[in-house]
Design a protein around this ligand. Structure first.
Ligand SMILES: [Fe+2]
Length: 342
């Protein structure tokens, strides 16, 4: 009886086996990978379905916002069921790596598909999609021809017209980290001080709220991730938002601050082989485009092909690495707090 059980447990891991000359196919669900995802987009499920069709590996998805996901992983420790961790924002993924939540892994497939500046040098995480931090302006309120870069938000002519998302948003933390790397601490400090003095309305909880406020004239200008405006323009959030988004002008600084969503192998992954297969699929051109297309992000290589995103024009990423955004995250938060960024 024991050897019978052993026989069955040994074949349970192969997807096809031969018995009495006939083929029996085991259920595809025999192999699975558990994904903890901070990417809160329904359309990701389509990509996981495609992966399942291709490999027979079932994706079990646990979604949560970035920060609670990290807390959860820390709390679970060795008992964590996570195999793959997906997060949005450079600082979040590098903090996850620093906290020992990810294990290094490298393969020629990942190295071929993920550009070197978009992956961890130790192989703990790999970017999967890209997003651009852009400016949204109301052309009836501000002179859009005079605003080209994030630094222009400190101009005294914008007094009372700048709207910003709250300090705890990782997107802005990464933008400030980016400016520290590009322009140095001293210049960033004075930029922050002057930009904050241009803010009059309360700080916003999200990028969509900022876009709406700029469109309806409550604000003159704000900073958002490009895909929020694209989604509004495409009508994803309904007619009202589509109409509002058509009233704003998107200004893409050149070069622009580019952030990412990224994934890595969880420290205590039990389905390691399957997790690696999934990561390699998501980082492939097909996988990255599958993630980025419906969310209006940009894939790792090339650009989102939707008319809404194309309408914003091309962008050139600046030279700041994703690793540096993580490195300067705590410095950025400190400067933001000191400048009065709520
Ligand atoms: Fe987002």
């Amino acid at each position: 009886m024991k050897s019978f059980a052993r026989f069955f447990s040994s074949i349970a891991f192969s997807s096809i086996f031969v018995l009495s000359g006939a083929f029996f196919e085991l259920r595809a669900s025999e192999r699975e990978v558990r994904v903890y995802s901070g990417r809160h987009y329904n359309t990701d499920r389509e990509v996981f379905k495609e992966f399942n069709k291709k490999t027979g590996i079932r994706v079990r998805l646990i979604e949560a916002t970035g920060i609670s996901l990290i807390e959860r992983l820390k709390r679970e420790g060795k008992n964590s069921k996570a195999d793959v961790i997906l997060l949005v924002d450079a600082a979040r993924i590098s903090n996850a790596a620093k906290s020992g939540l990810l294990q290094p892994y490298s393969s020629s497939i990942l190295e071929k598909n993920v550009p070197i500046d978009l992956r961890d040098s130790e192989g703990r995480w790999y970017s999967l999609t890209r997003r651009v931090r852009v400016l949204v302006a109301n052309p009836k309120i501000v002179d859009v021809t005079k605003i080209k870069n994030y630094s222009d938000l400190s101009n005294p002519s914008l007094k009372g017209l700048v709207c910003l998302r709250k300090r705890n948003s990782p997107y802005n933390q990464s933008l400030v980290a980016n400016q520290i790397v590009l322009r140095g601490e001293k210049e960033t400090k004075s930029w922050l001080k002057d930009m904050i003095s241009n803010v009059s309305t309360p700080y916003f909880p999200g990028d969509i709220g900022i876009t709406r406020a700029v469109a309806n004239g409550k604000c003159g200008i704000g900073i958002v991730n490009h895909y929020y405006v694209a989604r509004m323009l495409a009508g994803v959030n309904g007619k009202k938002d589509k109409n509002l988004a058509s009233k704003v002008v998107v200004i893409t600084p050149n070069p622009a601050h580019v952030n990412v969503s990224a994934g890595g192998l969880a420290k205590y992954a039990t389905n390691k082989k399957e997790a690696i297969e999934l990561l390699e699929f998501l980082a492939s051109p097909r996988g990255s485009e599958g993630l980025a297309g419906p969310t209006y992000e940009h894939p790792l290589v090339g650009f989102n092909q939707s008319s809404e995103v194309k309408y914003f024009g091309a962008f050139t990423p600046d030279k700041v690495t994703i690793k540096d955004l993580g490195k300067f995250n705590s410095k950025a938060i400190k400067l933001m707090r000191k400048a009065g960024w709520d």
